[in-house]
Every structure is written in C-alpha cells, then in structure tokens.
Write a protein that binds this ligand. Sequence first.
Ligand code: C5P
Length: 231
Amino acid sequence: VPVVAIVVAAGSGSRLGAAVPKALVPVAGVPLVTRAIERLAEGGVGEVIVVVPAAEREAFVEVLASAPVPVIWVDGGAERQDSVANGLAALPDLDEADAEGQVVLVHDAARAFVPAEVVARVIEAVRAGADAVVPAVPVSDTVRELTDTGSVVVDRARLRAVQTPQGFRRGLLEDAHAALYETRMTVTDDAAAAEYIGCDVVLVEGSRDAFKVTDPFDLVVAEAIAARGEP
Ligand code: C5P
C-alpha cells in the first residue's frame, strides 16, 4: 500500500502578489508545487492527491506532466480544511484493513523545500504507531500573546512552530475530518483535527527549509535556497 500525500495548493496566495496561484510561482524556474512533490517522492511518498483551484486545474496538470509519482486531481474548497477534506474523499478505494492503516500525509504546496529526510521521519513515526505526527522547529523570536488589556510574554522554550507534511493513519484522519464537519469546528492544521478527536500529537524534528512561502520576502529566501542546492 503506497504512502499517499494530499498536497493542498488551492489557496489564492494573494499575500505573494503574484499573477498566478502561489503553488505555480517558479523559483529558479521550477514551480513550488513541482518542488514540493519531488521532495515528497524522495522521502517515500508513492502517490499524490493535488488539491487545486478549480479554474486553474489545466495549468497545474501541465506543470506536473512529468511528476515522479502518480497524481490524482481534486478541486479545492473555501478553507484549507475543506481542501484537505476534498483530498481525503478522493483517496483510492482499498480493502478495509489496508485503507485503515494506510499512511496519509498532508502537505502545504507552499512548503516546497521540505527536506526528504523530514518526509521520511514523519512516515517512519506513523509506521511506528503514532496517531498524528508533526514536524516542528523551535521559535527564535520571543513571543507575546495579546490579552484584553495588553500583552503577556510566553515562555519561548516551550513553543514550537508547526510545519508539514503531517502524517496520520488514513482511518484516523478521515474520522477527524468527519468530526470537524459534523460540529462545524474550524482548525488551521490536521494535527489539530486529530487532537479534536482525542489523538496524541507526536512532534518530530522539522527543518527551517520547510518554511511556508507566503510573502515576497519568502521568495527571496526561496531563491537563495534553490541556489544553495540540497541541504
Ligand atoms: O493560507 P495558508 O498559507 O495557510 O495555506 C496553506 C496551504 O493551504 C497552501 O498550500 C494553500 O494553497 C492551501 N489552501 C488550500 N485551500 C484553501 C486555502 C489554502 O488548499 N482554501
């Protein structure tokens, strides 16, 4: 049973100010979504479901014409969570035992430079029995939390910034998204969805390279990473 990754690429990416969807923005000539899928394949993913803006599907199909793994295409939803749910609904049919235990990753196309070792680490932790696996990195800034009257400092040593790909057993991730749908609960990542149905979230070491390309500053960093080559 192949490890499958749902790659969410259906955001508008308006913060980037590009004329095309963010995932199609080239860095050193190679679109972000292409880079993301290459890294996933290198890390052990055997099949991808790419969730794209409905109106842009053809442009994506063209860009991924020679993807290193089979691609299933799905239209995105209003929020990231809806896009992931659409991806889950498109998972290939397997017999029940295989489906329940299949390793499913969810990855932001915008985290195009995730090292293959991080992908492999997440898969390995799911195989070792973890419910929900999240790559995470320490936070270098001191962080203050806004309150009704001002702000309070937060103990930086206890903070972690969360990245993708996040890994799950398929049955569990399906249950988590079904629960969110039923209760109209909103979350910003899939580990929070798993936590919502009572699962423990296991952290593994992420990488600064797995940062999410969001604004023009990030594109400068992305170009520099592409010029540097493999970590
Ligand atoms: O908006 P944000 O940067 O948090 O989005 C994270 C990822 O989720 C991006 O790769 C984006 O394309 C994807 N997304 C999506 N569908 C949406 C919103 C975001 O697939 N409706």
